[in-house]
Design a protein around this ligand. Structure first.
Ligand code: TPP
Length: 559
């Protein structure tokens, strides 16, 4: 019987679970995993900050709809990744954080990187956190952690393994006993439940289906589009659901487009598919999900159902089996509902008016207008691109243009609203996609500054992310907030007028492009996308313009 280390068991089990790449920074405590990964040819992308190893594992998980893995050494390696854990927790992203810790044998001796209870720190920001105390327990605990992360509602887990457990040698156990369950989404709808939803659809004159994060997470994209296309129902999405609906002719873009529909012209039935109330639904205000509408909410977490607005029907389930059941039930019925084409045309006209209103407010100064910049970016994106957004004004401007773009995923900073997630998420997404799929990060100059070192990681790992920095020489959104709340003379600690991000990228071995006029942007993007190299396209944009959704956040209407 071969003898193997705890680290070796970790790698064997992760490969058994389908993991083909991990992210991390090496350290002596975690090195047994690195040595085993070398033996078993499991690649590890090394980042320049553990926050970004965590965010990269998130990006990988969000693009693949599979488990992401971050390797963290003890102490600071672990604490540096806590922001990512919190982000994954709020976004329900299945990430395994595998953290080494001080040797069990040296417990309570004030030794290096060991005086922390990492499980206690991780507990409030994970679905499950556990320490392994013997190498023989690694397969069972790790398999349990992975099952927990991938079971809906999904989320991050921490497994803490002390150094001397990772290096402990034991006889190779039968890992088949720990075979990991996969693809079990739980039950969908009863026959009566499916009929009830189809009846609601048959009665609706202005129905809309809104896709949230759990549509791609559960792999329900095709079933969702099939149902919508069979019935002619407009599809909308929050940022995480956008990639699921873009291939459809019934893609009506981000749900912020519902704002400002005339009374009597609003949806009368909203199907929330894996969408939670909160940040992306204007909370429970009714501005986007009309209070007069009937609402069907489908989400794997029962606690989310009807959280901020009353719903007519709630389904505690993953979207995949629910839409499978609806498609099956529909096959057995006659055609349902009124002709949807009038409603589709009215909604299209409304969205066109919104775009015209944004464009009509563009006032030129000596810098590129951010709205024109994001329109040029959206127009330049090749089919099925993954787009990552970071920075606040930057994201809000991008949200006005991204619905028109052929994205396969649109990954934003999410519920934690944590600036600086973008470089890590984009790096992980690039490691997850098939060769030839483009990954473009659109970020603010403030946000990119957290992680400039990751240009080096991208170069060393050959991960060709195109990073577009909308440089307005400020922490833009917080500067706007100071101006609005306290006056222009009270702006403090929000200016960033030093340095060049394209030059920083060049210094780290990536390519750099400067864009000072709108007509330079499309050629620079085309060059960067074609080059197959990590690159930074630095666009010098105006700071003053207020994006429509910033007006909404500050309590106004978009125009
Ligand atoms: N720190 C973190 C980690 N997250 C935050 N959300 C903030 C601080 C507060 N904050 C919100 S928006 C913002 C800051 C600092 C400014 C973002 O500036 P930038 O990345 O340049 O993007 P812009 O708004 O200019 O597009």
């Amino acid at each position: 019987m071969p003898r193997v280390s705890g680290g070796d068991l970790v790698v064997r089990l992760l490969q058994q679970a389908g993991v083909d790449r991990m992210f991390g920074i090496n350290g002596a405590h975690i090195d047994a995993v690195y040595q085993a990964a070398l033996d078993h040819r499991l690649p590890i992308v090394d980042t320049r900050h553990e926050m970004n190893a965590g965010h990269a594992a998130e990006g990988y998980a969000r693009v693949r709809n599979a488990l992401g893995v971050a390797l963290l050494t003890a102490g600071g390696g672990f604490t540096n990744a806590v922001t990512s854990m919190a982000n994954a927790h709020l976004d329900r992203t299945p990430v395994l954080y595998l953290a080494a810790s001080g040797p069990l044998a040296d417990d309570q001796t004030n030794t290096l990187q060991a005086g922390l209870d990492q499980v206690a720190i991780a507990t409030p920001v994970t679905k499950w956190a556990h320490r392994v105390t013997r190498a023989s327990l690694i397969p069972r605990v790790l398999a349990r952690a992975i099952r927990t992360a991938l079971a809906a509602p999904r989320g991050p887990v921490l497994v803490d393994i002390p150094w001397d457990v990772l290096t402990e040698q034991i006889d190779l156990p039968d890992l088949a006993a720990e075979l990991l369950r996969g693809g079990d989404h739980g039950p969908g709808l009863s026959h009566a439940g499916a009929e009830q939803i189809l009846d609601l659809l048959a009665q609706a004159r202005r129905p809309v289906i809104i896709a949230g994060s759990e549509v791609p997470r559960s792999g329900a994209d095709d079933e969702l589009r099939t149902l919508a296309e069979r019935l002619g129902i407009p599809l909308m999405a929050d940022y995480e659901g956008l990639g699921a609906i873009t291939p459809s002719p019934l893609n009506f873009g981000l749900l912020q487009g519902l704002h400002g529909l005339p009374p009597g012209g609003e949806p009368d039935l909203v199907i929330m598919a894996g969408l939670r109330f909160g940040l992306t639904t204007a909370h429970g205000s009714g501005v986007l999900i009309p209070r007069a509408a009937r609402v069907v909410q489908i989400d794997p977490s029962a606690g989310e159902l009807g959280l901020l607005q009353p719903v007519s029907l709630s389904v505690a389930a993953d979207p995949l089996p629910v839409f499978q059941d609806l498609n099956r039930a529909l096959t057995l019925r006659q055609a349902v509902g009124p002709d949807p084409t009038g409603w589709q045309a009215a909604l299209r006209a409304h969205l066109r008016r919104r775009r015209e209103a944004v464009a009509s407010q563009v006032v030129h100064d000596e810098r590129v207008h951010p709205y024109e910049a994001v329109c040029a970016i959206a127009a330049a994106l090749p089919d099925r691109s993954v787009v990552v957004a970071d920075g606040a004004l930057t994201y809000l401007w991008l949200s006005e243009a991204i619905s028109e773009a052929p994205v396969s995923a649109f990954l934003c900073h999410g519920y934690l609203g944590s600036m600086g997630v973008g470089m890590g998420v984009a790096l992980g997404a690039r490691a997850a996609v098939a060769p030839g799929t483009n990954v473009v990060l659109v970020t603010g100059d403030g946000s990119v500054g957290y992680s400039l070192g990751e240009f080096d990681s991208m170069v060393r790992a050959g991960l060709a992310v195109v990073v577009v920095v909308l440089n307005n020489r400020a922490w833009g959104a917080t500067l706007h907030a100071q101006e609005l709340m306290h006056g222009k003379d009270r702006v403090v600690n929000n200016r960033l007028e030093n340095g060049s991000y394209a030059a920083a990228a060049l210094a780290l071995g990536a390519d750099g492009y400067q864009v000072r006029a709108l007509d330079e942007l499309a050629p620079a993007l085309a060059k960067a996308l074609l080059s197959g190299r990590p690159s930074c396209v630095e666009v010098h944009v105006s700071l003053d313009p207020i994006p429509p959704e910033e007006r909404v956040i500050t309590g106004g209407s978009p125009f």
